[in-house]
Design a protein around this ligand. Structure first.
Ligand code: URA
Length: 241
């Protein structure tokens, strides 16, 4: 790949800015200053230092965001805050997008990536990727609620896959585990029981728990192990490093 493309992909620079910086002698390949923006580099093999900092190139980026309430799960929106706004320019430039959607008022774990195939596969109901949510609801859940979730509820004529409901002793809070993601699914399931969700937070996705050190609005890249867990859930191969 071209040196200016690698720099522009890895830093918050346009291709033009990256090329100008290379011409100005701000990039070194394998320890030698290179001034040709079209110099061919292999990011997996060559060591590239830009403005004194070694560039780490990844084929894809995988990140976890602790989504705050009030943000839409989108890469752009005319009037509402959207999750991509919470990422710095170099990540936004890579074309990160959310793997699935959380409602505007839902908080918690949102995986973000630029790996379309893995995202697509994670969202396929056939893959049964697990999502665990903690909830609070308006009134105590009736004794038959667990069975109603486990049997697979019918919402708007569509039969849901079996889900797991684990209320705490109060029966107005607990966790729900889904292996699919229909529109407003949990809220609609609670409405079917004559109840109402008051708060909803995603605690884990594909077996990857939300990092408790992330405050709402904070994010970090997935660790190597978390990335492997995600790719295994999606059935995709580990991308070249
Ligand atoms: N179910 C919902 O109703 N909302 C969400 O955001 C996620 C699951």
């Amino acid at each position: 790949m071209r040196l200016d493309k690698l720099i522009s992909d890895s830093a918050a620079l346009t291709r033009k800015e990256a090329a100008a910086s290379v011409r100005a002698g701000q990039a070194a390949v394998n320890g030698i200053v290179v001034r040709e923006p079209d110099c061919k580099v292999d990011p997996g093999i060559d060591s590239v230092v830009f403005r004194g900092v070694p560039l780490v190139w990844r084929k894809y980026i995988y990140a976890m965001l602790n989504k705050p309430a009030g943000y839409v799960s989108a890469t752009d929106d005319r009037s509402l805050p959207y999750v991509l706004e919470l990422f710095p320019p170099e990540y936004r430039k890579r074309g990160l997008f959310p793997v699935g959607r959380l409602d505007r008022d839902t908080t918690g774990l949102l995986v973000m990536t630029d790996d379309g195939q893995t995202a697509h596969r994670c969202l396929s109901p056939r893959r049964h990727v697990t999502k665990v949510y903690s909830f609070t609801c308006l009134s105590p859940l009736p004794p038959e609620a667990e069975k109603a979730f486990a049997d697979g509820m019918t919402l708007g004529g569509e039969v849901c896959l079996p889900a797991s409901l684990s209320p705490d002793e109060s029966r107005t809070a607990g966790t729900v585990t889904l292996t699919e993601g229909k529109y407003h699914q949990i809220k609609r399931m609670f409405e079917r029981l004559g109840n109402k969700i008051t708060t909803l937070k995603r605690e884990s996705f594909a077996g990857i728990p939300l990092d408790p050190s992330l405050a709402p609005g904070e994010w970090r890249e997935l660790t190597k192990e978390e990335t492997e867990t995600l790719l295994a859930a999606a059935g995709t191969e580990t991308p070249d490093e």
